[in-house]
Design a protein around this ligand. Structure first.
Ligand SMILES: NC(=O)c1ccc[n+]([C@@H]2O[C@H](COP(=O)([O-])OP(=O)(O)OC[C@H]3O[C@@H](n4cnc5c(N)ncnc54)[C@H](OP(=O)(O)O)[C@@H]3O)[C@@H](O)[C@H]2O)c1
Length: 217
């Protein structure tokens, strides 16, 4: 696939590394061209620095790897409101949560994925990759460094969910579709729950029951 990454920070670098290693063609656009050039050089594999506009043009999937409060600016820089992303999977990994607390900063009942869908005209938004730290994606799949994890996602378009599922597998995850964007607020709350417990000194894994999947089938 040809993948566009918007953002040049930690998550852009981690997923960029995983997808480049899996053989995808990557372009990276940031608000700083210098940072895009540095990240592309670090990733190697023919990854190219481009403008945000170029990072969403003629692309099979786009990752919006920016801080939640930079989403509107970045989509504006890319010109996402003009329909360029029509039918394109747009992956939203953002966490709009209060640092160290985990409370969501979006309005009551509002989701980041819904906000992004409103800003990126006709894109097929898929919420994914928001729950695990970026370091989860930097070891080669099956390399023994990390255990296999389940990536829960929400989206309205089945073809886009299929594309993102492939991208999850490419970095060693197992995709799990929770539902449509009607349920995405729930998925965003889970990240707040995990972040809140972690900062309070608890292992979030110990705060949910271990239910074997066979018990619910
Ligand atoms: N890191 C993780 O472990 C992780 C895991 C899951 C989800 N996430 C989510 O993924 C997203 C990116 O996280 P990150 O860790 O990669 O963050 P990061 O390293 O701080 O990078 C943030 C990126 O957003 C850009 N940005 C910030 N404000 C902007 C604005 N107003 N306009 C345009 N670009 C702007 C930054 O550009 P500059 O460098 O030019 O400031 C940078 O490229 C966040 O929403 C985060 O919640 C992160």
């Amino acid at each position: 696939m040809r993948i566009g990454i918007l953002g040049t920070g930690t998550l852009a670098g981690a997923l960029g590394q995983g997808w480049a290693r899996a053989g995808h063609e990557l372009v990276i656009g940031g608000r700083s061209q210098v940072k895009a050039e540095k990240l592309a050089e670090r990733l190697g594999h023919g990854v190219l620095p481009v403008t945000p506009r170029e990072a969403i043009t003629g692309i099979d999937a786009v990752l919006l790897a920016v801080s939640w409060d930079g989403v509107e600016d970045m989509l504006g820089l890319a010109g996402a409101s003009d329909g360029t992303l029509e039918g394109t999977p747009l992956i939203d990994p953002t966490n709009a949560v209060a640092h160290g607390v985990g409370a969501l900063l979006t309005g009551h009942g509002e989701s980041m994925a819904g906000r992004i869908a409103g800003l990126a005209s006709k894109a097929h938004v898929v919420k994914a990759f928001h729950l695990f730290p970026a370091s989860q994606w930097t070891s080669p799949p099956g390399g023994g460094g990390q255990s296999r994890v389940t990536v829960a996602m929400c989206g309205d378009d089945s073809a886009a969910l299929h594309v993102v599922s492939e991208l999850v597998r490419d970095v060693g995850g197992t995709p799990a579709i929770l539902g449509t964007l009607d349920r995405v607020r729930q998925l965003e709350e889970v990240a707040g729950f995990v972040i809140g417990l972690t900062f309070a000194g608890f292992d979030p894994n110990s705060a949910v029951p271990h239910v074997p999947s066979s018990a619910v089938s």
